[in-house]
Ligand binder design. Structure first.
Ligand SMILES: [Zn+2]
Length: 123
């Protein structure tokens, strides 16, 4: 259930951006979610639909971009994206998770209704 405060914060950020940039309506929002962040996209969308009512981002479509965590080799210092192994692709030594990596949750970008009309998409 921790998506609730996450979504409240998300809407607050979008409200602030809208006020600052004089945006009336946000039509879509692209979010980055780290693979270890245990945030469930469906729950985010559900809370967003409930809580965005009356805000500039009401009814906006959410797009989720999942990003892998990043590891750093304990031997040579090589940094790489986590796929299957925790071993360094360069020297084979064990690697450690980079602090905070994989737990991202932030707004990558958002689009406004005005932009959508300019581009002739109209959704
Ligand atoms: Zn290495």
């Amino acid at each position: 259930m921790h998506e609730l405060p996450v979504v409240e914060d998300l809407i607050k950020q979008l409200d602030e951006e809208s006020a600052e940039r004089d945006i009336r309506r946000i039509s879509s929002v692209e979010l980055v979610i780290g693979e270890l962040s245990s945030v469930v996209d469906e729950a985010v969308q559900m809370y967003f639909d409930l809580l965005s009512e009356g805000h500039s981002c009401e009814g906006a479509r959410l797009k989720f971009r999942f990003v892998p965590s990043r590891l750093k080799c304990t031997s040579c210092g090589e940094e790489f994206e986590h796929e299957k192994a925790f071993a360094c692709p360069r020297c084979g030594a064990p690697a450690k998770l980079i602090k905070g990596s994989g737990r991202e949750f932030y707004i990558k970008s958002f689009h406004t209704e005005e932009e959508a009309h300019e581009q002739g998409k109209g959704d």
